[in-house]
Write a protein that binds this ligand. Structure first.
Ligand code: ZN
Ligand code: ZN
Length: 179
């Protein structure tokens, strides 16, 4: 769904859509760690696009988004689930020649993005919001034990015993000191 700035000048545009798992390219513009980011099921988004500052062409897109994302756990590399069920509110201004550095714009507390040309695509807004919302550290659970650095075993599935051996060696060394 494309929001044309001229259409928004006439009236705000409501939307209530369901987006299939393959429709949005989350890899586009993503960082290295996002390469395993996937949409696990349909994404539901409802809300409104409106022109909030007509003289500047500033578009506000707000509403509610529900989706479940999966990404590889930072510790054990198994797929981890990240449900998103959240309100959002994003602001966009046109990129114009001579507009200057993005940093010069006082955005206050709000997230400010930019659009090129006649408007912006809903899918791009969603992609940006999802990437902003996901936690920096993506783990399958707080108790994830990760992968053994010595043998590569996923320690959530099976204790490999590597650490125990190290610990046992230390105890043995202590015991030999005491005797
Ligand atoms: Zn994990
Ligand atoms: Zn091990």
């Amino acid at each position: 769904m494309f929001f044309h700035v001229r259409d928004l000048a006439v009236r705000a545009k409501q939307f209530d859509v369901e987006i299939a798992a393959s429709a949005i390219d989350f890899q586009q513009g993503a960082k290295d760690k996002d390469t395993n980011l996937r949409q696990a099921g349909p994404l539901k988004v409802a809300g409104k696009a409106e022109l909030v500052m007509e003289s500047l062409g500033e578009i506000k897109v707000s509403g509610h988004i529900t989706v479940e994302m999966t990404a590889d756990c930072d510790r054990c590399l198994e797929p981890a689930r990240f449900p998103i069920d959240s309100d959002f509110s994003l602001f966009y201004r046109p990129v114009e020649e001579g507009y200057g550095d993005e940093k010069e714009i006082d955005t206050g507390e709000a997230e400010m993005g930019f659009y090129e040309g006649d408007g912006l695509e809903l899918n791009d807004v969603i992609s940006e919001f999802v990437l902003l919302t996901l936690p920096m550290q993506r783990v399958c659970g707080e108790s994830c034990k990760g992968i053994c650095p010595a043998c590569g075993q996923n320690r959530n599935l099976r204790e490999c015993g590597c650490q125990r051996e190290v610990a046992d060696d230390r105890w043995a060394a202590l015991k030999s000191l005491k005797t």
